[in-house]
Design a binder for this molecule. Structure first.
Ligand code: UFG
Length: 350
């Protein structure tokens, strides 16, 4: 690899789900992704497109060394904790990793004169979602996170925005809606431990590798009573990161951008789509609502189109389910959710 020609991009959390897909997209676009990850929840096997640095987001020395050693000029920051439920029981941990970790990173970026940051934010900053039942959510919508996880994402955005104003960093915060599926190559995919997301759990139930699915509530004010979400293919998400890295921004600019399709799909629609893809119905029952689940979270994606020239290309529900199914049948790492206790490699957690 000709290091002189390819701009190095530090990808914190690049061994994780969305980080690994973004590293691949960066490589395909002619960048050199330098993955920085502590492997607490990421997988070494997912680092395939550039050098790997083992380090924690709260370690300023290791971060500074990685930036220096690889001539990094821009950063995509994924490293963080993501489980909403765990954030309720361990808010201190979430603030430490997601907020203090971002503060540490920002200090190092300033010291090393790194000029561009793309931040992995979340639709969780909007909390209960649209006021009107089925409205889409624009970036200007009220921010009222419903969990400590959402709080930490919003607080990290504030920090980044302030740092942009303070010294001319330019940054894009991508607020993801529901990331799903896997790279069509089958070499990287979704491997959370524990897995809590609808599509992998529905697939595991359908192919007999998991417990029957519980649909969390059918009494929402939505057309079929189940929650509406905006499912976005992880390869589309990855492309949004590359676009955010390349977009022309003034020094000091901070741009929050939703990443979604603009189309809501209900839990029942997803369950039916998985059943069609697998060829048999998903065993499921209807249970109580999960605490904090908003009835509808659907992006208004116009800003992504206007600012980044980005729109979803592979996020039809059938494509998402097909790619997710291919991965879950033959995961390259993790366990693929087989067995009631899960067969995924046990991983250290913080
Ligand atoms: N669901 C079920 N049964 C399950 C799992 C999920 O019915 O076993 C339902 C949920 O109630 C929800 C939908 O499927 O209506 C999607 O749930 P996911 O857990 O897959 O995703 P969330 O919408 O809860 O979470 C996403 C992101 C989070 C982010 C959150 C913001 O994955 O990172 O949106 O609200 F914080």
């Amino acid at each position: 690899m000709d290091r002189g020609k390819k701009p190095s991009v530090l990808v914190t959390g690049g061994a994780g789900y969305i980080g690994a897909h973004t590293a691949k997209a960066l490589h395909e676009r002619g960048f050199r992704p330098v993955v920085y990850d502590n492997l607490n929840s990421g997988f070494r096997e997912a680092v395939r497109w550039g050098p790997f640095v083992h380090g924690d987001i709260r370690d300023p020395v290791a971060l500074g060394e990685a930036i220096e050693a690889h001539g990094v000029k821009s950063v995509i920051h994924f490293a963080g904790l993501i489980e909403v439920g765990r954030s309720v029981t361990h808010p201190d941990l979430f603030w430490d990793v997601n907020v203090s970790g971002t503060t540490t990173l920002l200090t190092v970026l300033r010291e090393r004169a790194v000029g561009r940051l793309v931040f992995s934010s979340s639709a969780a900053v909007y909390g209960q979602g649209a006021r009107g039942a089925l409205e889409t959510i624009a970036e200007t919508a009220e921010k009222a996170p419903a969990s400590p996880y959402g709080d930490t994402k919003l607080a990290a955005e504030w920090l980044i925005q302030a740092q942009c104003r303070a010294y001319g960093l330019s940054a894009v915060a991508l607020r993801y809606f529901n990331a799903a599926a896997a790279d069509p190559s089958g070499v990287i995919g979704e491997a959370h431990e524990p897995e809590t997301h609808l599509i992998p759990l529905a697939i595991a139930a359908a192919i007999g590798d998991g417990r029957p699915l519980t649909v969390f509530g059918r009494d929402f004010e939505t057309p079929d009573g189940t929650c509406l979400r905006d499912y976005i293919h992880v390869s589309d998400l990855a492309a949004a990161h590359v676009a955010a890295l390349e977009v022309d921004l003034a020094a000091g600019a901070f741009e929050p951008v939703n990443v979604g399709t603009g189309e809501g799909r209900s839990v029942s629609e997803v369950v039916e789509a998985v059943g069609r893809a697998v060829g048999r119905p998903v065993p499921h029952s209807v249970g109580a609502r999960r605490a904090g689940d908003p009835p509808s979270l659907v992006a208004d994606p116009r800003r992504a189109q206007d600012l980044l020239g980005w729109s979803a290309q592979r996020s039809a529900l059938e494509d998402i389910v097909a790619d997710a199914l291919r991965w879950e049948r033959n995961p390259a790492y993790g366990s693929g959710l087989r067995g009631s206790a899960g067969r995924r490699k046990s991983k250290l957690t913080l």
